[in-house]
Design a protein around this ligand. Structure first.
Ligand code: C5P
Length: 402
């Protein structure tokens, strides 16, 4: 599947640059063509000679090199690949990419390209956690750049935390997965709900839950990456907008339902939002005061069930409607019953019992429940759950079509 694919690998200056050598070797094993750009700082860590030997190609480094420019102009270099990969991506190159700077060959190629870009950040944990880096990455992701890692562990600088370059095998999988998935959902429309909802008590207080939106956002991004025209309807979340999606931000369950209806028709709907079951039906127009000592009496009313509503939507019903079930006990049994009750096609059931780390965490353990059975997936990141679900969706929609 991945033969004849071309990667432009940009190696920026970090101690992890040596891992690029392994990555090139593994890509070549898959018969993926690799051409390298080595930044000036990158050349402090690996030599052009070793990159050239492994990639069996010229290594480019200079923006103003007459010989390089004559053989392969920098614009052509940036377009002559199917995918640009920046590994390792330092805080500096992420900042330059976010700003759109083009002061060397690597950043010029990144600005001039019309191809997808994957970054694999690697840096000191404090640099990674710095708001500037996080903002830069959020900006890049919004523009469609996708990323892998960093991972957590001991760092060359003696500190511990997030900042290690993803392992070459994982970067390789992201690259081969990219090639395999590209275009799988082209021509399909997807609708995804994500995040919590906020149900006002008064203008400053609300009822909410602990959902981070990670799983739903990841699903939207995966569907979009596979070519689906994706609308994400999201409750309040700290997460950056997923690449390539149309994002509609809402606060309450009622707003979420209205936005979902407006986003139809869709071929697939994935309801990953943790919608509040109840809203306050006597929400105050002004901030409630504690003067006088009387405790306000909140009266609750049921919110609309968006998943059930989309599942029952008559002519507008998406061909495939998928829900999530967060349970703390009898996960599969309760989720099976929920699938029938809601009228959806599939349910992804996950264990959110205290200690499972699912809510707000990066990993998830899910069971995919369909009419014909249950499939338990190994514990994996929410991004991997999203990719696997998107592949199942693609298979289902394409099978049905065929
Ligand atoms: O009933 P419960 O909240 O456990 O169901 C979870 C599933 O239903 C999730 O897919 C969630 O997004 C969806 N849901 C919804 N609207 C609601 C409640 C849940 O779409 N009001």
């Amino acid at each position: 599947m991945t033969s004849e694919k071309r990667v432009l690998l940009i190696i920026s200056g970090g101690i992890a640059a040596y891992k690029a050598l392994e990555l090139i070797r593994r890509l070549r094993e898959q018969t993926i063509k690799v051409r390298c750009i080595l930044t000036k700082a990158g050349a402090e860590f690996v030599t052009p000679l070793s990159l050239s030997a492994l990639s069996e190609d010229t290594v480019y480094g200079e923006l103003f090199s007459l010989t390089d420019e004559a053989a392969m102009g920098h614009i052509q270099l940036s377009r002559d690949a199917d995918l640009l990969v920046v590994a390792p991506a330092t805080a500096d190159i992420l900042a330059k990419m976010a700003q759109g700077r083009a002061d060397d060959l690597a950043t010029t190629a990144l600005l001039a390209t019309d191809k997808p870009v994957l970054v694999a950040p690697a840096m000191n944990v404090r640099m990674w956690e710095h708001a500037a880096t996080q903002d830069n990455l959020a900006t890049l992701r919004r523009r469609g750049v996708f990323s892998i890692g960093p991972t957590e562990g001991d760092m060359a600088c003696g500190e511990f935390g997030y900042g290690r370059l993803a392992e070459p095998g994982d970067i390789l999988n992201a690259i081969t997965g990219f090639f395999a998935d590209r275009g799988r959902l082209a021509g399909h429309r997807a609708l995804v709900t994500s995040g919590p909802t906020h149900e006002p008590i008064d203008p400053v207080r609300y009822i909410a839950n602990r959902s981070s939106g990670r799983q739903g956002h990841a699903v939207a991004e995966a569907l979009s990456r596979m070519g689906a025209e994706t609308t994400l309807v999201s409750g309040p979340s700290q997460l950056p907008d997923p690449a390539g999606t149309r994002v509609i931000k809402v606060e309450t369950a009622e707003q979420m339902l209205t936005a979902c209806r407006a986003a139809l028709p869709a071929d697939v709907a994935v309801c990953a939002a943790a919608v509040a079951d109840w809203r306050v039906d006597n929400a105050a127009a002004q901030k409630l005061k504690k003067d006088g000592g009387a405790v306000p009496q909140l009266s609750l009313t049921a919110n609309p069930d968006i998943l059930a509503s989309l599942s029952a939507n008559g002519n507008d019903r998406p061909r495939l409607v998928i829900g999530f079930a967060a349970e703390t006990q009898d996960v599969v049994e309760l989720a099976r019953a929920k699938r029938l009750r809601k009228g959806c096609d599939w349910i992804l059931a996950n264990d959110v019992s205290p200690g499972s780390g699912t809510f707000g965490g990066t990993d998830n353990l899910v069971h995919l429940i369909r009419a014909d059975g249950v499939e338990t997936w190994p514990r994996m990141s929410k991004n991997d759950v999203a990719t696997r679900l998107a592949r199942e969706v693609a298979q289902n929609l394409n099978d049905e079509q065929g």
